[in-house]
Ligand binder design. Structure first.
Ligand SMILES: [Zn+2]
Length: 174
């Protein structure tokens, strides 16, 4: 089966993690060059190399060893806002998952407009409407929530489609 639009979004969002890790580059801990190699959360407390108890783990690796570092120390060591970047990333991933149904529906609607199915039901989505739905879709695909206006627009078209479909079903039944 081919990849769904939602799966593509999820994949696109996750590839930014290795890209970001690469961008962080090499940093020094006790005169040794380290690189960020992994990031994850643990259920039970682990320990940062400084001794603090941590649940968010950043693994950093040098030529000779791997250390576990907490979100506070990783920022200090690298002098970059790494923990915040990952927090943003986790939030985007949660948003994407929460918007899965809407993403699938908007994508489906645009597809049906494109292939002429909607026109058969006498439903017209203007080029401007397509543009706005596209924008909504891209926004959600990047892990952001749609704004209310975008949700309203989608609901408006969806209601039109449902009633047109019901009218059609009725006329078949007559
Ligand atoms: Zn620490």
């Amino acid at each position: 089966m081919s990849e769904t639009f939602y799966e593509t979004c999820l994949k696109n969002l996750s590839v930014c993690v290795p890209e970001y890790i690469k961008k962080v580059g090499t940093f020094q801990i006790e005169n040794e060059g380290f690189k960020l190699t992994n990031h994850y959360f643990v259920q039970h407390f682990d320990r940062c190399f400084c001794g603090h108890r941590i649940k968010e783990v950043f693994e950093v690796t040098s030529a000779t060893k791997t250390l576990k570092v907490g979100n506070c120390c990783i920022n200090k060591i690298t002098n970059q806002k790494i923990a915040r970047w990952f927090k943003d990333y986790e939030r985007k991933k949660r948003n994407l998952e929460a918007n899965k149904d809407l993403i699938t529906s908007v994508h489906y609607m645009l597809q049906k407009r494109q292939d002429g199915t909607l026109a058969e039901y006498d439903i017209y989505i203007s080029p401007r409407g397509v543009e706005r739905l596209d924008k909504t879709l891209n926004r959600m695909c990047r892990g952001l929530n749609p704004i209310q206006e975008q949700v309203d627009l989608y609901n408006n078209y969806r209601d039109k489609i449902i009633s047109a479909y019901e009218r059609c079903q009725k006329s078949i039944g007559e």
